[in-house]
Ligand binder design. Structure first.
Ligand code: NAP
Length: 283
């Protein structure tokens, strides 16, 4: 029976820390403030937004919504971003993507001030992850994987880690952050040969491939820690991950559940970034 690396205790610890930091900022007259920019009404955006607003409210982060219709122009969105960049009372910006077709994603991402990029979408933030500098903020999901591993004191230094997936949102930054913890990291992609053997060699397997139930017992062995980033809706209507949990759990040492794992921690990472951005204004 594996240890289930639940997100809830990680979230509780992060909430407590974020609330204490917000209280310290409040004593100095600063309310950490997040701008949420949403174009249109996509159901998954709305659901994430509700989660973010609840989490922010619990710890003392204010939220300001900037809502545009689905047919808004690129200029209208750029204007909103410029307004947010210039507003000293706003410390971070969450911009929902993917954006509708009429937007050029690269132009929009580049418009956001790096110091307000608490979701790690700008090239500056990604450069910060790769150079290990405090430039911008790492993508929240990638950091959530590391927060879970650290909370449960999973050894990383000198260990073999395999990251399945190389997206800029999850796989690559997670790999860089594991490298920073002195793990020896292999990044896999859709052309990788013999994935099961590679995964089996690892002490820590981070799966972020966006393929429902792709990883099963044939890719895993005893003693491993598995972090499942995937989120899908199963045939039974329930949420599930990239890993076949029922098959993996009896084999490995520790595993994150879906739901209740990485996804729950992501929002707290985001909130923590807003608090950090507010703290930086005091420096
Ligand atoms: P993505 O952009 O689609 O990237 C998937 C990656 O997996 C790609 O690099 C792809 O390789 C690789 N891949 C696909 N099939 C593979 C195979 N057979 N063997 C090895 N690698 C393979 O997805 P993403 O945005 O990183 O998201 C990954 C998953 O995490 C999705 O299920 C998403 O819903 C979930 N997610 C969760 C959260 C959260 O908060 N928990 C946040 C974001 C995303 P190529 O580059 O060669 O195509």
């Amino acid at each position: 029976m594996a240890t289930i690396l639940k997100g809830a205790p990680v979230v509780a610890a992060m909430n407590e820390a974020n609330a204490a930091r917000c209280a310290a900022l409040a004593a100095k007259g600063i309310t950490p403030t997040l701008a949420v920019v949403r174009v249109g009404e996509r159901e998954d955006d709305l659901s994430y937004e509700r989660g973010v607003m609840t989490r922010c409210g619990k710890v003392g982060v204010a939220v300001r919504q900037f809502l545009l219709p689905a047919d808004a122009t690129q200029d209208a969105l750029l204007e909103v971003i410029e307004k947010i960049n210039a507003d000293k009372s706003i410390h971070g910006c969450l911009l929902f993507r993917p954006l509708p077709r009429q937007f050029d994603d690269r132009t929009i991402r580049a418009a956001l001030a790096p110091e307000k990029d608490i979701d790690g979408i700008t090239d500056g933030s990604l450069a910060g992850v790769f150079t290990n500098t405090a430039l911008g903020y790492p993508p929240c999901t990638a950091q959530a994987c590391l927060e879970i591993l650290k909370y449960y004191t999973i050894p990383l230094s000198g260990k073999r880690a395999v990251v399945v997936g190389r997206s800029l949102v999850v796989g690559k930054p997670a790999a860089m952050m594991l490298d920073r913890e002195n793990a020896t990291v292999t990044i896999c992609n859709s052309r990788t040969q013999n994935l099961p053997a590679l995964c089996k060699e690892a002490d820590v397997v981070v799966v972020a491939m966006g393929k429902r139930g792709f990883i099963g017992a044939d890719c895993l062995r005893e003693g491993q820690t598995v972090v499942d980033v995937g989120i899908h809706v199963g045939d039974d209507g329930k949420l599930c991950g990239d890993v076949r949990f029922a098959e993996a759990e009896p084999v490995v040492e520790a595993i994150t559940p879906v739901p209740g794992g990485v996804g729950t921690v992501t929002t707290s990472v985001l909130v923590g970034h807003v608090v950090e951005a507010a703290e930086k204004t005091l420096l």
